[in-house]
Design a protein around this ligand. Structure first.
Ligand code: BG6
Length: 478
């Protein structure tokens, strides 16, 4: 391994999202949001995928988002823990339905604004830069039931109003913004990704790509608004990243991998380059998709992002023979199982070199600064008799990925910063489990919602503090 050098001012920190951490799902005037309807257990996947319509809560099910890790009430203590680790950046999201509880109101909910102002001021107190996602798997339910969510063009106006409210209310406190978390997940998990539920007689591809068009126009429009409100604002797109490798060097497999990459990169191609990519027309034709566009959309899309952010957990693999039976999902995107990689307890391939490959590809393609805003290992953590959590496996995973990130920087890729996912344990998006933990800080809570919610520093807490203090030079285990 070569020595790792990170630029001065490189941002180090961690990430949470409102929907997986805040809880207090109806406090402070908040409205119900998509994630509030997604239960733990057997119905989780059908609801997440938009195959089972769930517009009312059921008394016989457990909804992990409703209390989550109680970040809404504990944020001051949690930010203090982040400050203790030396964070210079903290990524979280704003719950749209705290600011506009139904989504289509003309005036915002002041209590929601006050909460986030207080949260961002808390960050400021410690010199922590917030990185804020406007929509992280989060659509007000009223917009789903009344308008069909992102399938409806009216969403562009609702989202723009919400975004403008945030840019104005938090001007001077927040400079780094992301529009949609993992925007490509709309294709793979349509209800959690974009509030989409399908009717039996419709072409899901048509619905998904029309919704994608609305999100892409909305994203470009709010990028423009962010710059108008304050030219210092920096707006990024966000990709669920990880390149597809061809299963073999057979040309058909190489082509399959290229097509799979394009499926995900399509979104970033638009957001970073300002127009639909040339391959889109054929893809739409073959899927029977016709996008309804307004004449002004092409000009709006030309408002491109300032930087490209992405999550990276694992690489992916595709072949010409790939199908539902021989593939499985790691971070929702279907992939063949790469036999050359070790896997996490949840079967996600562990591939640090894949991060370097992904970063190089993305910079080659977009020529914009990158920001790695999610990365980490979901694992079961056990406390020993002394009350310690010795998560050496997590340290090992992060160390290898930081090394790979350093290698990509040495390759010439500009990287603004790094926020590890779930820096404090939170609810897993895919499974709804608490026991799938990513944090440097343990949260005493189980998959059924039992536990004191007490925060306990893990071994990785002290390790990451050392990494940050040395600006990534000291990755040694402790
Ligand atoms: C990303 C999401 O998909 O991966 C997060 O942006 C999510 O919200 C993370 O939590 C890890 O996935 P999971 O299912 O392990 O929580």
């Amino acid at each position: 391994m070569s020595a790792v050098t990170f630029p001065e001012g490189f941002l180090w920190g961690g990430a949470l999202a409102a929907n997986q951490s805040e809880g207090s799902y109806l406090a402070g005037g908040k409205g119900l949001t998509t994630v509030d309807m997604i239960p733990h257990g057997a119905h989780r996947m059908p609801v997440k995928l938009g195959l089972e319509k769930r517009f009312a809560l059921r008394s016989d099910e457990y909804y992990p988002s409703h209390e989550a890790i109680d970040f809404y009430r504990r944020y001051q203590d949690d930010i203090a823990l982040m400050a203790e680790m030396g964070f210079t950046v903290f990524r979280t999201s704003i719950a749209w339905s705290r600011i506009y509880p139904k989504g289509d109101e003309l005036t915002p909910n002041e209590e929601g604004i006050a909460f986030y102002r207080s949260l961002f001021e808390e960050c400021q107190k410690y010199g922590i830069t917030p990185l804020v996602t406007l929509s992280h798997f989060d659509v007000p339910m009223h917009l789903v039931t009344e308008y069909g969510s992102w399938r409806n063009r009216k969403m562009i106006a609702f989202f723009s109003r919400y975004a403008r409210t945030c840019f104005e209310a938090f001007d001077g406190l927040v400079k780094y913004w992301l529009t949609f978390n993992e925007i490509n997940i709309l294709l793979h998990s349509p209800f959690s990704g974009a509030g989409l539920v399908f009717e039996p007689d419709e072409n899901p591809e048509q619905v998904k790509y029309q919704a994608a068009h609305h999100e892409l126009v909305a994203s470009a429009l709010v990028t423009k608004i962010a710059h108008e409100v304050n030219p210092a604002n920096q707006v990024g797109c966000m990709l669920a990243g990880g390149n597809f490798y061809p299963w073999s060097c057979k040309p058909e497999d190489v082509w399959a991998a290229l097509e799979k990459d394009r499926e995900n990169l399509f979104f970033i191609d638009v957001q970073a380059r300002g127009a639909y990519p040339s391959y889109a027309a054929r893809v739409f034709r073959e899927k029977g998709v016709e996008i309804a566009m307004e004449p002004e959309d092409a000009a709006t899309l030309r408002h491109t992002v300032d930087f490209v952010s992405f999550s990276y957990y694992a690489s992916r693999c595709a072949s010409a023979e790939m199908n539902e039976q021989n593939s499985s999902a790691a971070n929702v995107v279907k992939s063949l199982t790469n036999p050359h990689l070790p896997r996490s307890e949840w079967g996600w391939g562990i591939d640090p070199l894949g991060l370097r490959i992904t970063m190089n590809m993305m910079y080659d393609r977009y020529q914009k600064p990158l920001f790695l805003v999610e990365n980490g290992l979901g694992a079961h953590d056990e406390m020993n008799a002394d009350g310690e959590i010795n998560d050496d496996y997590r340290i090992s995973y992060l160390k290898q990925h930081i090394q790979a990130m350093g290698d990509a920087i040495a390759d010439g890729v500009p990287l603004i910063g790094y926020t590890t996912w779930g820096c404090i344990d939170l609810v897993a998006a895919s499974t709804g489990e608490m026991s799938k933990r990513y944090g440097f800080v343990y949260v005493d809570r189980d998959d059924q919602g039992n536990g004191s919610l007490e925060r306990i520093r893990k071994k990785s807490f002290w390790w990451y503090k050392q990494v940050i203090a040395s600006n990534g030079r000291n990755l040694d285990s402790i």
